[in-house]
Ligand binder design. Structure first.
Ligand code: ZN
Length: 481
């Protein structure tokens, strides 16, 4: 019966991964006119996978396998597969397919409307779609048992087991120190000159330089691809088929440079999942927060460190001699670590980024709990930008309309970005205590020890354990984040 379950789940995983590959193609190679039919193909695959997964046969097998599961070691692949499949199954059954279809149809429509609304900075045209999304969110919430806070139910889709109260506690701690720190930086007469990052950087040279870095991180030609796209992402078709994407601005080097390190971090997580979990629903990261901890670690804790640039700066100078030949390493190091309050989340530096997230987390709760009328959302957004980052929002395109998430019905997603930042540092402290010469290794261009440590302690487990259990295994400490 276990083999039967495993075979059925493998077929479902095949459908989902085929959809993933179509999605990757859609965002990298597909000609624009393929969009209509592609959406239908993806809907068909999604429907087939959902029907197969919520079938009575799967339910019966999961029930029949209870004694077998109890006879197994909790940590075994087999027990973990039954346990996690049962949880996913129970969750899937609660939401009627008609509601799922309504949500995905609305997301497709609202995303189109959002693109135009953002272009014209016209919140009013987007408002009815957002209203409808919030109505459907309430219907979605009603499918589940009552929670302490209804927002918990939304959060659970992205960060299993995390509660609103826990996130609030973490974010209050961050806010208490970050708001005055950022105000002090903004008022400081000392300025950081980052002019060297702007100039002319041919895309081909940027790609070659990025690959030089990524290959030292663990990218290999026989298991990875790097392709250009508009909105960068990482996608895993199999542990030996990792697709990462980036975008090249020829007048600004940061986007591709740090963006590709970020996506490589996501890719290394997927690449490091144990091959014994291939073609199962355990073959991916444990949660969005843990996933983001990996991308942020390689991007920020590795990629913006002095030790890293001790090795790579001379190579950067030889790749772009006209740009960096006369720039000393310290100027460059300060430039890539500049803190500057700004309007757009995806362009924010490490220090201000979390405040962009906290603002969204607070507003989402007020919306879901009915404390904020949606028509007042732009005003609430702008007021909070002023109080957290000290800046005025000129229009809704640079404010409340900037992110795609709400148009796709994703509420409860934003906090995982900041959880990722926090987790990355938590893991980092652990690695550094066990590998004291980590930075000396970076200065020699060596990253294997870090990568293998992460693989052994985190990546190989995939989604076998809850995010909290997973983090406890990585840090060796109880208590989660
Ligand atoms: Zn990411």
């Amino acid at each position: 019966k276990f083999l039967e379950l495993k075979t059925r789940l493998a077929e479902i995983q095949d459908l989902n991964k085929a959809a993933g590959l179509l999605g990757w193609d859609q965002r990298t190679l597909m000609p624009a006119r393929g969009a209509g039919v592609r959406a239908e193909m993806l809907a068909t695959l999604g429907k087939l996978a959902h029907e197969k997964f919520t079938s009575d046969e799967i339910g019966r097998l999961l029930e029949d396998l209870r004694p077998y599961e109890e006879s197994l070691d909790y940590d075994s692949d087999e027990a973990s597969l039954i346990r996690v499949a049962r949880r996913d199954y129970q969750k899937s059954l609660r939401v009627p397919s008609s509601l799922r279809a309504d949500i995905s149809r609305l997301s497709a429509q609202a995303s189109e409307v959002w693109i135009q609304a953002r272009k014209k900075s016209d919140f009013a045209s987007f408002l009815p779609y957002l209203q409808r999304h919030v109505e459907l969110k309430h219907k979605y919430i009603e499918c589940f048992d009552e929670a302490d806070n209804v927002y918990d139910i939304l959060l659970d889709d992205y960060e299993r087991g995390m509660t609103t109260a826990e996130v609030t506690g973490l974010f209050e701690t961050l806010k208490k120190d970050l708001v005055p720190l950022i105000a002090a930086i903004a008022e400081s007469p000392k300025t950081v000159d980052d002019a060297c990052l702007h100039g002319h950087f041919p895309a081909e040279t940027q790609k070659a330089f990025s690959l030089d870095i990524l290959k030292r991180f663990g990218f290999s030609d026989d298991a990875w691809r790097l392709d250009p796209t508009v909105h960068p992402f990482a996608s895993s078709i199999a542990t030996g088929d990792i697709r990462i994407t980036t975008r090249y601005y020829e007048d600004f080097i940061n986007a591709a440079l740090f963006g590709s390190m970020h996506e490589c971090g996501h890719g290394l997580y997927e690449n490091g999942v144990s091959s014994s979990l291939e073609r199962t629903l355990l073959c991916r990261g444990a949660s969005l927060g843990l996933h983001e901890s990996q991308s942020r670690m390689w991007e920020n804790l590795v990629g913006r460190s002095r030790a890293f640039w001790t090795f790579f700066y001379p190579r950067l100078v030889s790749a772009f001699p006209a740009q960096f030949g006369a720039v000393d390493p310290e100027t460059f190091y300060r430039a890539i670590n500049k803190v500057h309050p700004s309007l757009i989340r995806v362009e924010a530096d490490e220090a201000t980024y979390n405040l962009h997230i906290i603002l969204r987390f607070e507003l989402e709760q007020e919306i879901i709990n009915g404390k904020l009328a949606l028509r007042d959302l732009p005003e609430a957004w702008n007021a909070r930008m002023k109080s957290y980052l000290g800046i005025d929002v000129p229009d809704d395109a640079h404010g409340v309309l900037q992110d795609i998430h709400w148009s796709s019905g994703m509420m409860g997603y934003f906090p995982t970005y900041s959880l990722g930042n926090i987790i990355s540092v938590q893991i980092w402290e652990r690695v550094k205590s066990e590998v004291p010469d980590l930075e000396q290794q970076f200065a020699r261009g060596e990253f294997k020890t870090l990568r293998e440590w992460l693989r052994e302690r985190l990546h190989r487990h995939g989604r076998k354990f809850s995010p909290r259990e997973t983090l406890q295994r990585v840090t060796g400490q109880p208590g989660g984040i």
